[in-house]
Design a binder for this molecule. Structure first.
Ligand code: ZN
Length: 135
């Protein structure tokens, strides 16, 4: 069986994020008015509703807020990788993001320091997270 992984949906608003991924850069939106960092990408700031959003490079570091071990994937292509961990990472800049975790289940704990790890799937760089300083 050869089922391809589902592709991210790329829109004019999210395209700069995926373009930066291809250069292994973790660019996020930042509001020029209230200075908050924003994820996921959108047209208006969720904090002040301003629309002066720019793209800036983030550290790619954060801490684990919560996680789950997936045994039964929602897509057949992902099933071949089970069990795997997904979690919500609170980024140093403030926003949280749901992401695939390249961390063994027994090493997961609340507030675990993590960092971005670019992972190629379908020839596209995806932002997965690993233990900070880990392989
Ligand atoms: Zn704002």
């Amino acid at each position: 069986m050869n089922i391809s992984f589902p592709e991210p949906t790329i829109t004019p608003i999210t395209k700069p994020f995926w373009d930066s991924m291809e250069q292994k850069k973790f660019n996020l939106q930042r509001c020029e008015d209230c200075k908050h960092w924003i994820f996921y990408p959108r047209a208006h700031c969720p904090h002040c509703f301003g629309n002066r959003l720019t793209w800036q490079e983030a550290t790619g570091k954060g801490r684990l807020k919560t996680w789950s071990i997936v045994h039964r994937a929602s897509h057949p292509a992902w099933q071949s990788l089970t069990p795997y961990a997904v979690g919500i990472v609170e980024l140093e800049e403030g926003p949280s993001m749901l992401t695939h975790l390249l961390i063994r289940a027994e090493e997961l704990h609340y507030q675990l320091p993590v960092e971005i790890s670019y992972h190629v799937l379908n020839e596209r760089q995806l932002p997965f997270f690993k233990k900070r300083g880990g392989a």
